[in-house]
Design a protein around this ligand. Sequence first.
Ligand SMILES: [Zn+2]
Length: 141
Amino acid sequence: MLAGKDGRVTHHYKIANIVATEGTHLANFDEAKFAHLQTLSPEERADIAFVMDARDMSLALKDMRRQGLELQVIYHSHPHSPARPSLTDIKIATEFEATRVVLNLPEPLHLIISLEKKDAPATAVFRIVNGTVTPVSYQTL
Ligand SMILES: [Zn+2]
């Protein structure tokens, strides 16, 4: 997660990917994908999917509040595919909306880093609201 103020990111929070944890129940995946994930090693699982650890998220959000920061961006990488939200990404982002409203958090943007071309990583930022994906421009300072 990336946080900051006034549309500017200043802080980075590392959140564990629980897809890599053995025996995790992954409610966000359909049965076929879940069955496929079960056949893979934790490393292979983390390579194709992600679900953020709820405890890490909660600690990060608490620290943001303490420092007067806002959650601005949720990012993850695509080790083998382009920097575009997958159907699962869109589903997870849309489901996060409900939690976000309950927790009174600002709407985060979604940054995807593609490592498809190892020597030329690509990044792209999106708004994902109600299943609709809109590219967002950004700059690095
Ligand atoms: Zn993704």
